[in-house]
Design a protein around this ligand. Structure first.
Ligand code: ZN
Length: 297
């Protein structure tokens, strides 16, 4: 009788440990691409984003860095090993084969996240511009696609007039307004919140296809801005792939904003899985006050 009980107990404990192993999910794999950027703080912002993703418990993060200048002929990350790729890269073109393998990765369902300055890159790579929807600088103009924004009446506009793509006024804290609170990335986020000091990109233009604007910020002419409600959080579909684009994140302080941290992690999770489990934290910015977490290595 006793030995039977023992067998049952051993089986039960085996069963439990097997279950624990099953439910303690392995972290997903994320890759940050960087190596060249006109924003000199890129090594720090890569460090910050890596830490935000790893602290979430959702991801293990690798970094794939190019040579410091020019097209790096040896740059060939194995994108297909990853659930999501995050770009902190604004530099020379990648080798053709690397560009093709990246297109294939996203088209086949890979996640992609693009932030401030990385949306300046690759103005002459059409597939990249379809992925990010809107971009700036690098000679972008009416040939790149329309300006996409909300006008004074908060109506969505695709403006095809001639003009350069990409501009910003002075850096300042600004309100981000959620336009779609139903999306997994923005669900539960305050409708209006104050982002810490950042460079508010305006006049971005691009194909803007299969793109949904989740949040905007008013580029105040008093700060040198466009007078338009500019897209700040966007989601796009590219083949089977999901793309999350935020033009926020210029300075270290911009990326220390709890709003940036939360939406960056949520956007990365959504790009990887199509779902969001990351909670909106207690210290999320309010409509009246910014909230930053000073970054410690
Ligand atoms: Zn910037």
């Amino acid at each position: 009788m006793r030995s039977k009980l023992l067998v049952v107990l051993v089986l039960l404990s085996l069963c439990l440990s097997w279950q624990t192993a099953l439910f303690a999910a392995e972290p997903m794999k994320a890759l940050i691409v960087d190596g060249q950027n006109n924003h000199g703080n890129w090594p720090q912002t890569t460090e910050m984003m890596k830490s935000y993703l790893e602290q979430s418990g959702l991801f293990h993060v690798d970094v794939a860095r190019t040579a410091p200048q020019g097209t790096d002929p040896n740059y060939a990350p194995k994108f297909s090993d990853y659930n999501v790729v995050i770009s902190n890269y604004n530099g020379a073109n990648w080798p053709e084969a690397t560009k093709k393998s990246f297109e294939e990765y996203v088209r086949n369902g890979g996640g992609f996240v693009v932030i401030h300055a990385a949306d300046n890159a690759f103005s002459d790579w059409p597939e990249y511009n379809k992925m990010i929807g809107l971009g700036g600088w690098g000679g972008r103009n009416e040939k790149s696609g329309p300006y996409v924004y909300l006008d004074k009446d908060e109506k969505l506009v695709r403006n095809t007039e001639n003009g350069p793509g990409g501009h910003h006024g002075s850096q300042h804290p600004f309100h981000v307004i959620v336009r779609d609170g139903e999306h997994p990335i923005t669900a539960g986020v305050p409708r209006v919140w104050l982002h810490s000091q950042d460079e508010l990109y305006d006049f971005l233009r691009g194909p803007g296809e299969n793109m949904k604007i989740l949040a905007t910020a008013f580029a105040d002419p008093k700060q040198g801005g466009s007078g338009r409600h500019e897209p700040m959080l966007m989601v796009l579909e590219y083949g089977k792939g999901r793309v999350f684009h935020t033009p926020m994140g210029h300075g270290n302080i911009s990326q220390e904003c709890v709003g940036f941290i939360t939406l960056f992690v949520r956007g990365s999770e959504w790009a990887a899985t199509g779902k969001v489990t990351t909670k909106v934290p207690e210290d999320f910015p309010t409509p009246d006050a910014t909230s930053v977490r000073p970054f410690k290595k």
